[in-house]
Design a protein around this ligand. Structure first.
Ligand code: FES
Length: 190
């Protein structure tokens, strides 16, 4: 049975709470004229920084703010801008970005689908789930559909082994999947 009340396993403080990861068009890979840290973004980050003894402690939620602003991913110039804004070494910021799966260094779809392919899900059909996604979306793993709607990737155990196979769409778990259910879910995504 699908459990839409179960919260996303990864994330923690500052994790995006909205249903769609990249609400805006993804920003380009080269810096646009618009600043990454504009006044509104600086204000939001400033509110975060005030809660902590060091600006470094606000890095993860600040990255979520910047990633959302950049349409769901973190171009290099955005990482550099945030490092500069928080007066951190860019290498430290890259270290966090590359460690957490919730941060993306290339564009992802507005809806991000993660398919668990660990043992329980593998034994109960995760490969078929991946095949259906390929058929329905017409793109390979880690590619974005032409309309920017979706991207999908395989993932490590998401902690719902008893309801395998399962996948996560944005912040929502979908469990006991069948090929038909995967098709229905994909069609529901706008
Ligand atoms: S093996 Fe898929 S959720 Fe654990």
């Amino acid at each position: 049975m699908q459990d839409e009340r179960k919260p996303a396993a990864p994330g923690g403080i500052g994790a995006p709470t909205g249903a769609v990861l990249g609400a805006l068009e993804p920003w380009p890979a080269t810096p646009p004229d618009e600043p990454v840290i504009d006044a509104a973004t600086a204000h939001r980050i400033g509110e975060l920084v005030e809660r902590y003894p060091q600006s470094r402690a606000a890095l993860i939620p600040a990255l979520h703010i910047v990633q959302r602003r950049c349409g769901g991913w973190l171009p290099d110039y955005a990482i550099a801008a945030l490092a500069d804004h928080l007066e951190l070494d860019p290498a430290d910021v890259y270290g966090v970005v590359t460690f957490y799966d919730l941060f993306h260094q290339k564009p992802v779809g507005r809806h991000r689908i993660r398919v668990c392919t660990n043992l329980s899900c593998q034994l109960r059909g995760s490969a078929e789930v991946m095949e259906v996604l390929h058929e329905e979306l017409g793109v390979g793993e880690d590619e974005v559909t032409g309309d920017g709607r979706c991207s999908y990737t395989h993932f490590e155990c998401l902690g719902s082994c008893d309801t395998a196979p399962m996948m996560m769409v944005n912040d929502t778990y979908h469990e006991n999947l069948t090929p038909q259910r995967v098709r229905e879910l994909v069609k529901e995504l706008e």
